[in-house]
Design a protein around this ligand. Structure first.
Ligand code: DQA
Length: 139
């Protein structure tokens, strides 16, 4: 089982960015624990603040991996390009959000990813990623 985690803009600042919303842990710290919890999974991780780089990575992994956990962060709410990339690939995508986007500002309620995703996991903190892995393992 090959799973790739793709994180969008500003998620490189987890740990210091708005800790009241996103917590105190860096993604790198969380990722180490996640990998050791699932030794049977081959993980890959990519983060970028640049929309085109996220699209390039989605295209690159979208025919060879078993699952994509995609937290496109702010691009979730704006990116037709990421939506089009998801339409073009075969690998199933689970949309991930750390915070509950539906209890936040209205602009965060719109997602260009949700209609193309297998499912969405929203609002469980960094644990949202673990729940995504569990879901791929069960399917
Ligand atoms: C986020 C929610 C987005 O609205 C926001 O722009 C982010 C992070 C989350 O994981 O909660 O950067 O995707």
């Amino acid at each position: 089982m090959k799973i790739v985690i793709i994180n969008g803009p500003n998620l490189n600042l987890l740990g210091t960015r708005e800790p009241g919303i996103y917590g105190n842990q860096t993604f790198e710290q969380y990722y180490e624990g996640l990998k050791s919890s699932f030794p049977q999974v081959e993980f890959d991780y990519f983060q970028s603040n640049i929309e085109g780089e996220l699209i390039d990575r989605i295209q690159k992994v979208g025919f060879s991996y078993d699952g994509i956990l995609l937290n496109a962060a702010a691009y979730t709410h704006t990116s037709v390009g990421i939506g089009d990339a998801l339409k073009a690939i075969d690998t199933p995508v689970i949309e991930i959000h750390i915070s509950n986007t539906f209890s936040r500002e209205d602009f965060r309620h719109k997602s260009y990813i949700t209609p193309l995703a297998k499912g969405i996991i929203v609002g469980f903190g960094l644990d949202s990623y673990r729940l995504g892995v569990e879901s791929f393992l069960k399917s």
